[in-house]
Design a protein around this ligand. Structure first.
Ligand code: GLA
Length: 387
């Protein structure tokens, strides 16, 4: 479906687009809710992508069509914030204009196609904003590098749409490499590509979340409140993730619940992610998998961002002998990532057994089936041929 952005553009606007770009969704291997706390994350790009085809449009207007709702919308984006997904594109336009890289007249016709599911914890919004930032800036004759594209996309979502997200999703959509995960330190934005070993399954539970103004914003506020209190203990503390792991007793004394639990998750997850990246680099897949189970438990118990559907999948994966499994993305629904060993690769017995046990347990609990797909780590934002 993603290859049809050009076709959708032609069918809707009656001419060829000038530029087409695409960007991937992501699954995060480990490092959940650490990005906006200045810690590390380890995402990889999915083969599912969002494509954006653009051509010149009327002054100050975005003329939009997407296969998502099939409806055409005209957005005079300077006149206030549009509703729905148009707000993300308006945010991108605003950021491009602020840096002098918007198309002439800051208007465009835009066609969007995607096979990244929305609300599944797979960063569909970053796929959209990063692809749009690339397509619209090229339409404006500007060449932004991947980090600049991530910056435009992040500010569009964070400052304009108002989701208190971190920078992980946008950086992954912009910088990812096929066959690799991206170890990103979110305080310094230093990035390293780490080869993926083993095999990964993605189990989409079909339970959806809506992040705008919701639970993610609440967690972020809790983390900020924790930093404000911890600064009394350690005045130079800027990021919650930088709290020294050896000072956990002091952290526990300084914070009331639920701030204590939230902070314990962030500090623990930071250590797990850095250690996990080392284990993955050295090929210690089984130990890496163990960290994934621990990370899920921490999300469930301390960060309270799991959901019964996610817990059932993780428990079933563990019973069936998977090396690791955890919720991926913000949580509160969405998807679980399952790690299998190399021996269980191909259409091996292990993979079939794990998928079967997950389907069985899920159907028993919720009377429906989750969707299970193999994850193939793919590449970041790129230009597509204008068809
Ligand atoms: C959402 C946000 C990300 C990150 C994750 C949790 O996906 O967009 O920036 O905070 O939640 O790890």
């Amino acid at each position: 479906m993603r290859h049809n952005a050009s076709a959708l553009f032609r069918a809707t606007f009656g001419g060829a687009p000038q530029v087409v770009a695409s960007a991937p969704g992501r699954v995060n291997l480990i490092g959940e809710h650490t990005d906006y706390n200045g810690g590390p994350v380890l995402p990889l790009a999915t083969q599912a992508r969002t494509s954006v085809a653009v051509g010149p449009g009327d002054e100050g207007v975005l003329d939009l069509i997407s296969t998502r709702d099939g409806e055409r919308a005209r957005v005079a984006w300077r006149d206030g914030r549009p509703a729905g997904w148009g707000a993300y594109l308006a945010g991108v336009m605003r950021e491009l204009e602020a840096t002098g890289t918007a198309p002439v007249g800051a208007g465009a016709r835009v066609a969007v196609t995607s096979d990244v599911p929305v609300g599944a914890g797979l960063a569909s919004s970053a796929a959209l904003t990063v692809a749009a930032a690339q397509a619209l800036s090229l339409l404006g004759g500007a060449r932004l590098n991947p980090r600049q594209l991530a910056g435009v996309a992040f500010r569009a979502e964070h400052d304009y749409v108002g989701v208190a997200c971190g920078i992980m999703d946008q950086m992954s959509a912009a910088l990812a490499r096929p066959g690799h995960a991206l170890l990103l330190e979110c305080a310094s934005l230093s990035a390293r590509h780490i080869p993926i070993r083993g095999r990964l399954l993605l189990v989409d539970t079909g339970t959806r979340h809506q992040l705008t103004g919701g639970a993610l914003n609440e967690r972020r506020a809790e983390c900020e409140a924790a930093v404000a209190r911890l600064k009394l203990e350690l005045p130079e503390l800027v990021w919650l993730a930088s709290w020294p792991a050896r000072w956990l007793p002091r952290l526990k004394r300084a914070l009331p619940e639920p701030l204590r639990s939230r902070a314990l998750h962030v500090v623990g997850e930071t250590a797990r992610t850095r250690f996990g990246a080392q284990l993955l680099t050295r090929g210690h897949l089984r130990r890496f998998g163990g960290l994934l189970f621990e990370a899920h438990e921490s999300c469930r118990r301390l960060y309270a961002c799991s959901a019964p559907e996610l817990d059932v999948v993780v428990a079933a994966a563990r019973r069936a002998g998977a090396l690791g499994a955890r919720l991926t993305g913000a949580g509160w629904g969405g998807a679980v990532l399952v790690l299998l060993g190399k021996g269980e690769g191909g259409r091996g017995k292990g993979e079939v057994k794990v998928a079967k046990e997950i389907r069985r347990a899920f159907a028993t609990a919720f009377e429906r089936e989750p969707s299970i797909t193999v994850v193939r780590p793919s590449g970041g934002v790129r230009g597509e041929r204008v068809g």
